[in-house]
Design a protein around this ligand. Structure first.
Ligand SMILES: [Zn+2]
Length: 108
């Protein structure tokens, strides 16, 4: 999932909350030396836009900016996923249609 650009639901707490990867609003501040009186001047807006474009191009940059070793993070995420898959070994997935339902579906 992570390598596909999707983040597992159960790992969302890593991003949110007090100790999450995302900075809290209090941790974010803007400043610029230009005379614009706006809280977010055009220079700050342009810098944020530039960061957004770079994150769109390479979402893994987020980890780098937070000082997280992305290779290690992916290794752990994959290991957890493999453990989860092994724990579910032999259990039918939720996307598998039961035989009797499939037979009804096709009128057999
Ligand atoms: Zn400015």
């Amino acid at each position: 999932m992570l390598l596909e650009g999707n983040f597992p639901q159960e790992m969302q707490e890593l991003f949110q909350g007090k100790d999450g990867f995302f900075p809290s609003p209090r941790e974010i501040s803007f400043s610029c030396s230009c005379p614009d009186w706006a809280l977010m001047c055009k220079h700050v807006a342009a810098a944020l836009y530039g960061v957004g474009v770079r994150l769109d191009e390479n979402p893994l940059l987020f980890f780098e900016l937070r000082g997280i070793n992305v290779d290690r993070f992916i290794d752990v995420a994959l290991a957890n996923k493999v453990e989860e898959m092994l724990a579910n070994e032999g259990k039918p997935g939720s996307r598998i249609i039961k035989d009797e339902e499939a037979m009804k579906l096709f009128g057999v």
